[in-house]
Ligand binder design. Structure first.
Ligand code: SF4
Length: 458
């Protein structure tokens, strides 16, 4: 008779075997081999060469979801402008976002500034050195707290991120998916086991070195595909290598399908300007150049950044369309959006074909963004003196008075109900777009507009 084994009990017995391997692992000998390798192969970074807690904290936040290569360009510039928590706390959100633009995941920049404010209020303007205090800072999770304490303060604090998760999972041949809570517990335990006890005779800098070495080995040798086991200083300790299963580990999560999203953005330019405010260029005709932009509110994506008025098209019937003139229903809906959200009377502003279609990928989203142009707009649409259009639009009405089913503002429409599209509206010359922190797709549009102008088109 065949006995059925449930996935849960199979995982349990695999985890028991892993626990045994964790207990029997020769950490002291493996540590010696690891540190010898690190001496000659460890990577150099500005935040490693001068690992003050402040520099480590900034680098760790920047490195979340971002490569070291990309961060290198931003790190020194950010440090030069904000050399300590007090300078960062005193800056405006917009200034911080401007220096962050292009790094993406802007929540991190806002969290940095908020954490700096907390440091000035509660920790004498310094990065705290106690685990609970570090963990209480905005934007700091368990990994980041461990990194700040070990790299910045050389304290005994384990870390676990993508590189070390993969490395530890292979070293102990973890046969279950690493994000499950039981697997996480085991992985954190093994990460901690790598760190020798805190004794007065322990080598100075040892915690910093071990965590750095584990990260580098995971990144440079124990790579996601085709790990270089022949070059690995830990090969003789590695259970996955011993069993010949290194290519099959870590166990992968089922891949989630990408989410398609269709957006329409508007390049709205003024009709009353007779001369260009862009510095004159030889051979480039002058034209009205002021562009309407909006600052995104805290409840929206890319909060705090500037952007072009835009909406998401949810109804599949209207997705992938690029010329609304031939679809009167969609054209009506877009006009309604402009009227209700931007204050542009529907009978005067009717969107035509998309000027340009951008494709953009961010996390699981595949965004198709069509840019539509409205010329000769009334400057009173969003006068620069007005802090928000919603001072003049009835704030009690939902943004789309009778919400058309195809133009729900976003998947979390409920949350957005009754909330304005923008915090602030401004007319700015094209030449000023480069000085404003923009969303990544907003920046693509801005570049397109600049080139459009330089190519001599109106
Ligand atoms: S032996 Fe191979 S699988 Fe094991 S830790 Fe080294 S590189 Fe990774």
């Amino acid at each position: 008779m065949i006995q059925r084994v449930s996935k849960g009990s199979a995982d349990d017995s695999r985890l028991d075997a892993v626990r045994e391997r964790v207990e029997q692992f020769s950490y002291a000998a493996a540590r010696r081999a690891l540190l010898a390798w690190f001496k000659s192969h460890g990577r150099r970074f500005p935040w490693r060469d001068d690992p003050s807690p402040y520099r480590v904290w900034i680098s760790e936040i920047m490195l979340q979801q971002t490569t070291t290569q990309t961060v290198s360009g931003y790190f020194e510039r950010f440090l030069a402008r904000f050399p300590d928590p007090s300078a960062l706390a005193a800056a405006s959100e917009e200034e911080v976002l401007a220096l962050w633009e292009g790094l993406g995941y802007y929540r991190r920049a806002r969290a940095l500034r908020e954490a700096a404010i907390v440091m000035t209020r509660r920790f004498d303007g310094r990065v705290p050195g106690r685990y609970d205090d570090v963990l209480s800072l905005p934007g700091v999770g368990r990994y980041c707290a461990g990194a700040i304490l070990s790299f910045g303060y050389d304290k005994r604090a384990p870390i676990l991120e993508a590189n070390t998760t993969r490395l530890h999972a292979r070293l102990v041949a973890l046969g279950v998916e690493p994000t499950t809570s039981a697997a996480q517990k085991l992985l954190w335990q093994t990460a901690e086991n790598w760190l020798p006890g805190e004794t007065p005779r322990r080598k100075k800098g040892v915690y910093r070195e071990i965590n750095g070495a584990l990260t580098d080995l995971g990144r440079l040798v124990c790579q996601p595909t085709a790990p270089k086991c022949d070059e690995c200083p830990l090969a003789r300790f590695c259970a996955a290598y011993g069993l010949g299963v290194q290519d099959a580990l870590p166990v992968q999560k089922e891949k989630q399908a990408p989410i398609q999203r269709t957006d329409v953005a508007f390049w709205i330019s003024r009709g009353d300007l007779k001369t260009s405010r862009v510095p004159s260029l030889p051979g480039v005709p002058e034209s009205p150049t002021d562009v309407l932009i909006m600052r995104r509110p805290p409840w929206a994506l890319w909060a705090g950044l500037w952007d072009f008025p835009r909406l998401e098209v949810v109804d599949p019937r209207f997705q992938q369309k690029e010329d609304w003139r031939f679809d009167p229903e969609l054209a009506d809906r877009l006009s309604l959006f402009l009227e209700t959200e931007v204050g542009a009377p529907a009978d005067s502003y009717r969107p035509g074909a998309a000027l340009k279609v951008f494709r953009h990928s961010v996390t699981r989203y595949r965004v198709t963004l069509s840019l539509c142009r409205l010329e000769n707009a009334d400057p009173a649409l969003a006068p620069s003196a007005a802090p928000s259009l919603f001072d003049v639009l009835p704030a009690t009405d939902p943004p789309l008075a009778s919400p058309p089913e195809n133009l729900a503002p976003s998947p979390d429409a409920e949350r957005l109900k009754n909330k304005p599209l923008a915090l602030e509206w401004l007319w700015v010359p094209i030449s000023e777009l480069k000085n404003r922190p923009l969303s990544s797709t907003g920046r693509k549009i801005a570049r397109f507009i600049e080139n459009w102008r330089y190519e001599g088109r109106r």
